[in-house]
Design a protein around this ligand. Sequence first.
Ligand code: DSN
Length: 431
Amino acid sequence: MKNLQKNDPAAYDAVKQELKRIREGIELIPSENFVSVNVLEAMGTIFTNKYSEGYPQKRYYGGNQVVDIVEQMAIDRAKELFGAEHVNVQPYSGSPANMAVFFALMEPGEKFMGLDLNAGGHLTHGSPVNFSGKLFHCIPYNVKKDTQILDMDEVREIALREKPKMILSGLTAYPRKLDFEAFQKIADEVGAYHFSDISHIAGLCSAGVHQNPVPYCDVVTTTTHKTLRGPRGAMIMSKIEDKYHDKYHPESKKNLAELIDFNVFPGIQGGPHDHITLAKGVAFGEALKPDFKNYAEQIVKNAKALADELISQGLTLVTGGTDNHLMVIDLCGNDLTGKGKEVQNALEKAEIYVNKNTVPYEPASPFNPSGIRLGTPAVTSRGMTENDMKIIAKGIADVVKNHEDETILNDVRKRMQELTSKYPLYSELDI
Ligand code: DSN
């Protein structure tokens, strides 16, 4: 970064500070990861200059012959990775991807089902403060109060009663596996579209460590920057044919793939970010390599090791553990109800990065919730394994139990720095 260093020292200094932070700290926010230097390089290319509204071979601007190759490469690799019939790689991020799907499948005011936000759903799965809950009629489904686990019989009962036009399966803070086949059966029974948002677990799904929803669903969205370890962005995968064309879109001449594309552009977006499309293709290429399967398996092994040790250290986890890459500490179990923000800040002082989160049937508020969400994609990318998770879990437990004791926070910080010093991060970068 010699040019930035010379010409904009303030910007260069910010990059250096952030590099120091991520090198020293323990990154446990489950939606974050460390992309490869190949992906970083792809994001910093001259493709950022181009405008390419439209799709390969059908553009509104000239000079897109190379961009067409780039976009088609990303599409082809994504199709191979997930076994998808159709892929749109243009969504800027997860929320616009989900918005395009809503607009493709639903009319304002129509009914759909999504997982309750406090139980681990996403804002775009029907929260009243989001477009999905404002423009459409969300019937939330929830986890069981006693087990905090999804009950598919209950999901089915709601679907039979409410007859939604769409059922949305997906998660951002639910630590167990989703049974996409069961969701599909329910959707079939009530004649609803099945739309799945696998933003968090896409890397696990592509590697066969979690059931892949693509064979079952009408539409699947994912961000590309979480377990999939690509650039910030998203994509939409779908079937080509619209199974409910005659029932829901009798006037339309478009199949499902065309409906999705039309609702991304011109529906809600303008020009795609071609430098990011290149980086998506690079990341999909990496995820197609055999090593990525080992990586995905290690994410889950690390999550289990972290969860087991947190429990051994006396902490309570939502649902009692994890099957995927994430877990949620239920602070109510340690008399810290509504103290998620304080605990998050204390962990940050110890250079352990997590995010405060609601717990199912949250007794406090979303601003001062009772949970801490954490996960293992980023620490696994650094090469950490199960023994390291034990050290981290002990550090987390010490902070949770002593979150106002600066001496202990300082001691944990030193232990975490000692651990991270053994796992160099981005040493290839010349910064
Ligand atoms: N903000 C993301 C997450 O952290 O899960 C979801 O969009």
